[in-house]
Design a protein around this ligand. Sequence first.
Ligand code: NAP
Length: 258
Amino acid sequence: MGTQVEAKLALVTGASRGIGAAIAEVLAENGFQVALLGRDAQALSSVEQKLTATGARARSFICDVADEAAVDATLARIETSLGVPGVLVNNAGYGGPFHRADEVSKQEWDTLFRVNVDGVYYLCRWALPRMKAGGYGRIVNISSIQGLFGGALSSTYSATKHALVGYSKTLAAEWGAYGITCNAVCPGYIDTEMLAKADPGVRKELLRRIPTGRFGTAEEVARLVAFLAGPHGGYINGSALVMDGGLSAHLGNDLPSF
Ligand code: NAP
């Protein structure tokens, strides 16, 4: 395959809001052309308009990452219209179901795996041989702090996010020799819509446990992703990079105040 990889073209899944929209924005600010992928046409279009208004190049592609045929068709359209992205950010995903492990239905389990894990597999399966042929690629999979630690009432989510860490490390080992890096980013609690909806008591308790005393921002995650995708990120490969304000650095005993 004599494929040309467009090093300054980034494909971001789940780019319609939250962390994905911030990643698209920061990558655009860093000179990338961005292919925005998601299911909500209106939300994607408003991100696209925001980016293009700044002079950046961005284009929306409506696609459910859990739908294998739709992903393949969308990727073919992206390849034909924009080329092969040098940067792939697998961000699309969601949390839940939030109940005890024995109460998780098979349908809930399968549905979450289809989005959080199968979707990443479809995109990487397509990107890897093309990036190899072009001799360049940067893959960033958005996992979670729950990809490294468990969390009560989120067994399914934690299992999907652990899967991404293992998958990212293995891709790094398999494909590193071909100019491709693959890393997982593991954010702690980031103040997106999902967290804004949480009960105030839950928010307060979470904040109490975070040494920096605040939630992270989508922009902070985006800037880490942009570093991995940028010219200085090439020697970080196979890492699971934690960004959680120190949440996972301690044993959960009461934090001293002084
Ligand atoms: P969000 O605001 O709910 O955004 C999720 C994005 O994923 C949306 O753009 C959504 O777009 C897209 N998406 C969901 N299912 C999809 C599907 N089947 N096909 C295509 N796109 C899909 O969530 P967020 O907080 O930004 O989270 C983004 C990623 O970071 C997720 O993988 C999440 O697990 C991870 N994360 C978040 C936090 C946090 O505290 N927020 C912490 C750790 C990790 P549409 O619904 O429009 O399709």
